[in-house]
Design a protein around this ligand. Structure first.
Ligand code: SF4
Length: 283
């Protein structure tokens, strides 16, 4: 177990890289306890700390993830295992990035099966199994490649935009007017979703903005995905309640619009006043 102690995140990532390189070159088992890895996200390094990384004598590396959810009778909650796999997939990507830059520049040395360690049957005994993370790794890789770079986002902003609360360059003189800060926040696009409420201090601001714009994303990512190109509440209502297109203009019906129309018709039927006995008999 190499010593990974160093000052600051940059020092710890450099120490981790050195330890991995030395253990790989030595061709022996090594266990790196809480190494620190860096992964470029939108052009900015994000620091990640797996529970452990194992170096095999053949020079390959395995991520080890330790979780507190139990393995009962040999099976764990699939949702929790999936979440652990997605988390470990990010570590795999960071290790591949590191392997490409160090060692012999071979990212293939990072194994795509991670070792998941959990308590066995609620006891204080560990159980471990290999989990294939190829799928979440590929998904995360695609998502990271699609992210806009921070420099590109910054280039779109009006000159002089700042989120600094301090007016002076000394970083101590507080007092930037609230209106100026609000304008700076407004200048940046946002993709609000209800999940933001649990994770971001700007959630109430972004929610109010999304609601004011009538964005369906404010109702949840799942719904947003199902509505396809209909991104505002106004367009959804128009699709559900608007007049039927003329037969010659109809073309291939949009399945989302057809589902919305069907839902609107069912709702209208359910909320219609009850039929009188004669009306019911006529039907
Ligand atoms: S609440 Fe935070 S994470 Fe969500 S869209 Fe706004 S700034 Fe982004």
């Amino acid at each position: 177990m190499p010593d990974l102690t160093a000052g600051g995140p940059e020092g710890r990532t450099a120490r981790t890289a050195l330890a991995l390189r030395e253990a790989t070159a030595a061709g022996r088992w090594a266990l790196l306890d809480h190494p620190l890895l860096a992964l470029p996200v939108a052009g900015t390094p994000a620091f990640l700390e797996p529970d452990a990384v194992v170096v095999h004598p053949d020079g390959t590396w395995t991520v080890v993830e330790i979780k507190s959810f139990p393995v009962i009778d040999g099976a764990a909650d699939p949702a929790k295992v999936g979440a652990a796999a997605r988390q470990a997939a990010v570590y795999v990507l960071a290790l591949e990035e590191l392997a490409a830059r160090t060692a012999d520049g071979d990212p293939a040395r990072v194994r795509h099966e991670i070792l998941l360690v959990c308590p066995k049957d609620f006891a204080n005994v560990p159980a471990a199994g290999l989990v294939d993370v190829r799928k979440p790794r590929a998904t995360t890789r695609r998502q990271l490649a699609r992210l806009a770079r921070v420099e590109d986002i910054a280039a779109e902003l009006p000159a002089g935009t700042t989120f600094d609360l301090c007016l002076a360059d000394d970083g101590k003189t507080a007092g930037r007017p609230a209106e100026e800060l609000a304008a700076a926040v407004e200048a940046v696009g946002a993709a609000y979703a209800p999940e933001c409420l649990a994770a971001c201090e700007l959630a109430f601001h972004c929610r109010a903005r999304a609601r004011a714009e009538g964005a369906v994303a404010a109702l949840g990512r799942g719904l947003r995905g199902e509505l396809g190109g209909l991104t505002t509440v106004e367009s959804v209502l128009a699709a559900a309640l608007g007049p039927e297109p003329a037969e010659e203009e109809a073309g291939v019906p949009d399945p989302t619009v057809a589902a919305l129309r069907r839902a609107a018709a069912l709702r209208a039927e359910a909320l219609a006043p009850p039929l009188t006995g004669i009306e019911a008999a006529c039907r």
